[in-house]
Design a protein around this ligand. Structure first.
Ligand code: PAF
Length: 315
């Protein structure tokens, strides 16, 4: 049976078009991939795919402290399931996303819908233009981290958030709507939007104001509210607001400063993803976050000395 979705029509959501429930492949078994898999597996068949065999059993710690162990079908790029998926979620780090997709080329129908869960803004544009099938982008405020010990493999859902999904050009609304419903039914509140590009740039600004600083000083997000960090955040927000205005990005209701401090408040106890990477000795996503901002600043001849300096010292 062919389980791929016809990327040219989407008049009928895939799950109605198929007699069997379509499977979702989740490529990248980090925190977001695991969180997604542990929720989606309650609704649809899921395969978690990694460079190495992902754990066959994972424990989800909910924000309320409940421990939920679940079996999770896993595969590597050499042991992919024979039946192609209805959808591929790409949950690798931004810098690994293109290589992960290149490894799947020729092994799944070229029309398979992709969903990109990366931070930053770079791979979203590249893959939207180069992949033949529909490419949706997701932006999420769900907080999660990997918590592996020799005894158990776990993902901690540190804080509830919301996810928005859409195509960069605002196309494929039915597919985005269907996926949003599937995620919401799986316990991850989600909305299909027609302005995902703006949402991604807003998240980019938030990530740029928080992530490099907390990674550099090895602090939790909430510590940014105190001296000496507060004026550093404000100075970054001033530069970010200039870039956003020059790019024609609408300012958030309440302004950029309010957006950033709102996220700092809501995630005060979190170790941001970039700090988690630094502590684990992993490469960070700094290039995908600060790179597009620096490129935009150069395009518009805007001086961003603080963002430049931060990039130079972030691992
Ligand atoms: O990257 C992260 O960890 C998150 O996007 C954010 C918003 C900075 C909260 O920790």
């Amino acid at each position: 049976m062919n389980t791929t979705i016809d990327s040219t029509t989407h008049a009928r959501p895939a799950h109605q078009a198929q007699p069997e429930r379509p499977s979702h492949w989740i490529v990248g078994p980090g925190a977001v991939g695991r969180l997604l898999a542990m929720h989606l597996v309650r609704q649809v068949p899921v395969t978690l795919i990694g460079r190495r065999e992902p754990p066959a059993r994972l424990t989800l710690t909910t924000p309320e402290g409940e421990q939920i162990p679940r079996a999770l079908p896993g595969a590597t790029r050499d042991t992919l399931p024979p039946t192609p998926p209805a959808m591929i979620h790409l949950t690798t780090k931004a810098q690994s996303a293109e290589a992960a997709i290149a490894a799947l080329k020729g092994r799944v129908p070229a029309t398979t819908p992709l969903v990109l869960w990366q931070n930053g803004f770079g791979v979203q544009e590249t893959l939207t233009r180069s992949w033949s099938g529909p490419v949706l982008c997701a932006s999420t405020t769900e907080g999660a981290f990997v918590d592996d010990t020799p005894q158990r493999q776990a993902v901690v859902h540190a804080g509830h958030g919301r996810t928005v999904i859409g195509h960069l050009d605002g196309t494929y609304p039915d597919l985005a709507g269907w996926l949003a419903k599937t995620l919401a039914a799986a316990g991850l509140p989600c909305q299909a939007v027609d302005n995902i590009r703006v949402r991604l740039w807003h998240k980019l600004a938030v990530n740029a104001a928080i992530n490099p600083l907390v990674a550099r000083f090895r602090i939790r997000n909430g510590q940014l509210r105190d001296r000496p960090f507060r004026p550093m955040v404000e100075a970054l927000v001033t530069e970010l607001a200039l870039i956003m205005a020059a790019e024609g990005m609408p300012a958030p209701t309440g302004g950029w400063s309010a957006l950033v401090w709102g996220v700092v408040e809501a995630t005060a106890n979190n170790r941001a993803s970039m700090l988690q990477d630094v502590l684990a000795g992993h490469p960070t996503e700094v290039d995908s976050i600060l790179g597009p901002l620096q490129a935009a600043a150069r395009r518009h001849a805007i001086a961003i000395p603080r963002l430049d300096a931060l990039w130079a010292i972030t691992p």
